[in-house]
Design a protein around this ligand. Structure first.
Ligand SMILES: Nc1nc(=O)c2c([nH]1)NC[C@@H]1CN(c3ccc(C(=O)N[C@@H](CCC(=O)O)C(=O)O)cc3)CN21
Ligand SMILES: CC(C)C(=O)C(=O)O
Ligand SMILES: [Mg+2]
Length: 273
């Protein structure tokens, strides 16, 4: 059998796999990936979800925010990741201003799906619900992203923990329920207290992936450069350098996967309360 057919027959992780894991209380792991070599390494170590994040603006392009990243940039890196993987679910970020209207979102999601994404991710709460509905109706699976939304950094005035007041915490919970009702099949929640993330995870039936959101979400995601301790500039408090106690990158990633599965990561020092 040709290599292509073999790969096509191997079973890839899907949203149903993640739903089952949520129901059974099995924690899953996710990393960002931007190129074939790292994507294959992560796939081989059993990372469940690979995200072509617009964080590539920071860690690949050297910019100080994610706003300069284009759909074509994400599409290029999505191609590099998809061809190198056999098992992981491949999710691609819709970048800044590429989903301002449902029509625009469809056009740009099509570019990312054709490049090999199996799902697209977009930042926003209530205002993106129409867009989510439109995408899902047209066969594009959607991961929503709430809490700290890096594309809004200049509106928020910095990267800050979200949901600190009772009112903001309630709004985040409302947004989570709204994006699920609109058809999102996965949710990323970034930089909120452990308590808010726990409430959101328990309130939703779709799997919730946390970053800087404490240990109670269904999955955990990190920017790959942070977990190897090689990001330029500020490394967020919630990430951990897994290479320090590992002999090589493979064992660092394997340790990340097992630490997440067994509830050792994130620890209290990586969480906000
Ligand atoms: N390398 C990298 N890692 C990331 O996690 C990441 C990116 N880049 N680029 C896109 C966004 C930006 N992100 C960030 C960036 C900074 C903080 C940060 O400085 N957080 C403070 C919390 C401040 C507070 O207490 O309110 C921290 O100390 O971690 C958080 C998320 C997450 N994403
Ligand atoms: C940090 C994750 C969730 C992300 O959106 C990115 O890498 O762009
Ligand atoms: Mg992103």
């Amino acid at each position: 059998m040709s290599k292509v057919n073999e790969a096509a027959l191997r079973k890839r992780i899907s949203v149903s796999t993640l739903n089952k894991m949520k129901q059974q209380g099995q924690k899953f792991s996710s990393l960002t990936a931007y190129d074939a070599s790292f994507a294959k390494l992560f796939d081989d170590q059993g990372v469940h979800v690979l995200l072509i994040g617009d964080s590539l603006g920071n860690v690949v392009q050297g910019l100080d925010d994610t706003l300069g990243v284009t759909v074509q940039d994400i599409a290029y890196h999505t191609r590099c990741v998809r061809v190198a993987t056999a098992s992981a679910l491949v999710v691609a970020d819709l970048p800044f201003m590429s989903y301002a209207t449902p029509e625009q979102a469809c056009e740009n999601a099509a570019v990312l799906m054709r490049a090999g994404a199996q799902m697209v991710k977009l930042e926003g709460g209530e205002w993106v619900c129409d867009t989510i509905r439109t995408l899902v109706e047209r066969s594009v699976p959607v991961c929503a992203h709430i809490g700290l939304m890096p594309q809004s950094v200049h509106v928020m005035g910095g990267y800050k923990v979200q949901g600190k007041s009772q009112e903001d915490a309630e709004r985040i919970l409302r947004e989570a329920k709204a994006v699920e009702a609109a058809g999102a099949q996965l949710l990323v929640i970034e930089c909120v207290s452990q308590k808010v993330a726990k409430a959101v995870t328990e309130a939703l039936s779709i799997p919730v992936i946390g970053i800087g959101a404490g240990p109670d979400t269904d999955g955990q995601v990190l920017v790959m450069h942070d977990m190897f301790g090689i990001s330029a500039g500020h490394i967020p408090k919630f990430s951990k350098n897994f290479l320090i106690e590992a002999a090589d990158m493979q064992s660092a990633v394997s340790r990340f996967v097992s630490d997440v599965a067994e509830g050792r990561f994130p620890a209290a020092e990586h969480s906000f309360d």
